[in-house]
Write a protein that binds this ligand. Structure first.
Ligand code: G1P
Ligand code: ZN
Length: 543
């Protein structure tokens, strides 16, 4: 075993995005690419001497090799201990939990979340801080700065650590603890939720279908839903994680989880369907014949979380990302809860959760979570839904109908244009910025603009300022459209158009969102000129 210093040079394009660094896997596999970024993380957090880190990933292609590299670099640089999931697997929420319960100095998660995996697809690496949450911008800025100054990294040359066997081992002077990736997480879920009530619901014939999309939640969902809660074998489908996610796109939305949608809209549909993404932090909830948008899910959970033991004492407050619909705001207003609006990305919820200002948080992009960890959590959302349904005995559709009747409905949809020419996308955004002063008062497709600006955020806990977080156009009557460029894509630009309109007419609560939003969609096109500027006739994905 030899410790060596490898000379390297800064590599372009290592700026962490919305959630760590994501690139094509073959870029990560280029000489020094992974090592440079890992070294930059170590430098950015002040070195790893004497520290304990958590390490795990979603099992995608290159996960196992990257884990060995990270272990060898940590060992070479004086790290005291790495706690790693068996076979280098940990879902993102389980990694967050492990960082917290073991009071470590943070952790490295290997994942590109919902992006496809494989040699031609995506890989990613991110650092989470000791609170278990994604590194905030000051840390990612230091990491990025380090990527631009790197000249060398230290690494041990040796054979691979056996990550197959649970237990303690070592690498040089560093101890390595290989842990069951599921056990601690499952125990946490059992603390938060009434497993007996859910088991009773299931034993009574309530049928569930959980689609793990060949990704990391397979083992977690099997252990919890089938082994502990008694759902029949086969309730969890696509349960074995595969390095390429079976060639699929592990993003739980009606497009990519079409199998689940088909099953839930069939004549013999189960009562409850759900899916999670590549790394287990996203969720999709579907009832029999009833798709729940993530924004509505957040609102329903906020209104009913007290039915689960972990939240019985009520919520301190709620938070949503800016493009997420205002459905949860209505619940907060009705219940007298504080409601925070943050930029896109889970890292912005961390301070609110740490300060005890918010208990539940959510994003329109299928992310929901609470103060139990510092990441969004797919299976947690599924279990909270199941706990609520077990207590009130309603169907998913009934939950939605009752919710809209009580609070009103925010019709909502997101249209994504993927792989757009980056210059064209920037041009589209800039052209709108140039019209901020003149848009208010003008009408488009029958909608009169009430406001036009770009969202920026001042963190109420640490005062940090984040600018350029999405363009907002508000309309008279409460509708709005938000335009953002994705910070997680790996090819060209992805334009996200978030469309929303409010409805308080009790006779109009069950429309198709695309119809209900037709005027807002037309106004968005008229204002932004998406077709002309991108050459796209229609969005690639509508959620
Ligand atoms: C997307 C979602 C965002 C989420 C992030 C990580 O980021 O929109 O809400 O936090 O993935 O899962 P984007 O590609 O829009 O920057
Ligand atoms: Zn994810």
């Amino acid at each position: 075993m030899e410790r060596i210093t490898v000379q390297t040079r800064p590599i372009e394009g290592q700026k962490p995005g919305t959630s760590g660094l994501r690139k094509k896997t073959n870029v990560f596999m280029e000489p020094h690419f992974l090592e440079n970024f890992v070294q930059a993380i170590f430098t950015g957090i002040g070195g790893v001497v004497g520290k304990t880190l958590v390490l795990g990933g979603d099992g995608r292609y290159f996960n196992d090799h990257a884990a060995q590299v990270i272990l060898r670099m940590a060992a070479a640089q004086g790290c005291a201990k790495v706690i790693i999931g068996q076979n280098a697997l940990l879902s993102t929420p389980a990694a967050s939990h492990m960082i917290r319960i073991r009071q470590t100095d943070g952790g490295i998660i290997m994942s590109a979340s919902h992006n496809p995996g494989g040699p031609k697809e995506d890989f990613g690496v991110k650092f989470n801080t000791p609170n278990g949450g994604p590194a905030p911008e000051d840390v990612t800025d230091r990491i990025f700065a380090a990527t631009k100054e790197i000249t060398s990294y230290d690494i041990i040359e040796t054979t691979d650590v056996d990550l197959d066997r649970i237990g303690d081992t070592s690498l040089g002077d560093m101890s390595v603890e290989v842990v069951d990736p599921v056990a601690d997480y499952a125990a946490l879920m059992e603390e938060l939720f009434d497993f007996d009530a859910i088991a009773k619901l299931i034993a009574g014939g309530f049928r569930i279908r959980f689609d793990a999309m060949h990704a990391i939640t397979g083992p977690y969902a099997t252990a919890i839903l089938q082994d502990r809660l008694g759902a029949p074998a086969g309730s969890v489908v696509n349960a074995v994680p595969l390095p390429d996610f079976g060639g699929g796109h592990p993003d739980p939305n009606p497009i990519w989880a079409k199998d689940l949608m088909d099953a839930m809209f069939a004549d013999d549909a189960p009562d409850f369907g759900a899916a999670s993404d590549g790394d287990g932090d996203r969720n999709m909830i579907v009832g029999r014949g009833a798709y729940v948008t993530p924004s509505d899910s957040l609102a329903v959970l906020a209104a009913n979380a007290h039915l689960a033991p972990g939240y019985a004492k009520g919520l301190a407050g709620v938070a949503r990302s800016m493009p997420t619909s205002g459905a949860v705001d209505r619940v907060a207003a009705a219940r007298g809860l504080d409601c925070y609006e943050t930029p896109t990305g889970w890292k912005f919820f961390g301070n609110l959760l740490d300060a005890g200002r918010a208990t539940l948080c959510g994003e329109e992009s299928a992310g929901t979570g609470s103060d139990h960890v510092r990441e969004k959590d797919g299976l947690w959302a599924v279990l909270l839904w199941l706990n609520i349904l077990a207590v009130n005995g309603k169907s998913v559709q009934q939950m939605l109908d009752d919710h809209w009747a009580e609070f009103g409905r925010n019709y909502y949809s997101r249209h994504d244009y993927e792989g757009v020419d980056a210059t064209a996308a920037e041009g589209l955004m800039q052209a709108m910025r140039d019209q901020f002063a003149t848009l208010p008062g003008q009408s488009f497709a029958g909608k009169t603009v009430a406001s036009a600006d770009e969202f920026s955020y001042d963190d109420p806990v640490d005062g940090s300022h984040s600018a350029n977080q999405g363009i907002r156009i508000g309309f008279d009557g409460g509708g709005r459209v938000v335009f953002r460029l994705s910070g997680t894509g790996t090819v060209g630009a992805t334009l996200r158009v978030y469309l929303e309109d409010v409805c308080e007419d009790p006779t109009a609560m069950n429309r198709d969102p695309q119809d209900a939003l037709a005027d807002i969609i037309a106004a968005a096109e008229a204002i932004a000129g998406i077709r002309d500027r991108t050459g796209r006739e229609a969005p690639d994905v509508r959620t």
